[in-house]
Design a protein around this ligand. Sequence first.
Ligand SMILES: NC(=O)c1ccc[n+]([C@@H]2O[C@H](COP(=O)([O-])OP(=O)(O)OC[C@H]3O[C@@H](n4cnc5c(N)ncnc54)[C@H](O)[C@@H]3O)[C@@H](O)[C@H]2O)c1
Length: 314
Amino acid sequence: MSKKIACIGVGNLGRAWAAIFARAGHEVALYDNAPGAVAAALPAIESTLNSMAEADLVEDVAAAMARIRPCETLTDAVAGVDHVQESVIEDVEVKRAIFRELDRAAPPDAIIASSVSSIPPSEFMANLEGGARCIVAHPVNPPHLIPVVEIMLGPSTSEETYDACCALLSGVGQVPVRLNKEIFGYVLNRLQFALINEALHLVDGGYVSAEDTDKIIKYGLGRRWAFMGPFETNHLNATGGIEEYYSKFQGAIGGTIKELFLEPHPLNPELISRLAEEMERTTPVADVPARQEWRDRQLMALTGHFGDMQPEKD
Ligand SMILES: NC(=O)c1ccc[n+]([C@@H]2O[C@H](COP(=O)([O-])OP(=O)(O)OC[C@H]3O[C@@H](n4cnc5c(N)ncnc54)[C@H](O)[C@@H]3O)[C@@H](O)[C@H]2O)c1
């Protein structure tokens, strides 16, 4: 059934959410407080939908665009909506202010979800009258091509809000995953930055180049991780499953974990400019927009391969 959605903040993430909801048949209102931002978002959303159509991921771009309504005010955008997807900048004061405003303006039974990527919900969802309908729905960039959405409950989020938010997201082709306890950085970014911290130590220490580190992930870990997680990987690495794997390789696993560079690597300017020099040789900064398009085409091909991210049919 078609629902009414408001996308608040239409930068990178808000635009992608608009494409996701409109593609799935929902009515989408757009609002951003920067002058001209909504007008700039419309052609960007259309272009996203057009490239998805080329990969058979959208049936009717014109119909999807007709479901999108640009709004001049936040009050107009949230009038009569079932779900608000907040995607304003990652700043705790800005998040606090927008949640207070949304809680006052949105219908009492509307869900208010935040795309926030690191700040724990208790830091901006506390003491809201409608705290029960506020929730974190943290996507991965670009969310129209990467399905997982981390769901974290705020200090007073209700289970009904959790269920309804998951039903909406599953219905549009995303994969909601519940994080059971509040934690800074959430799970995906903690895993990602644990790996990146180790990579910074290894590159800075001269053990491997940045280019070859990318190759190790691209042609190694990433090949399996595109379709299964690390624990399933362990489980399939021994015919007796994960118990046999951990007992057989205990020495190698424990020994390597003990040797990891666990202290935070300083993000010093020398190292960052060395990385930038190396990246410039493989992907010059001038080619980044073209390379982003290439990345999105690869992701669309993967989505086609897996046959997922399809919205539910009525
Ligand atoms: N970009 C990513 O990779 C990524 C991934 C996952 C989650 N997120 C999260 O999504 C959110 C948005 O990120 P983004 O990359 O789209 O940022 P962005 O800077 O591209 O867009 C933010 C938009 O919010 C608007 N805005 C700021 N304050 C506002 C307000 N009070 N009312 C209405 N609009 C307002 C800005 O004008 C801007 O257009 C952040 O919380 C971010 O952490 C980003």
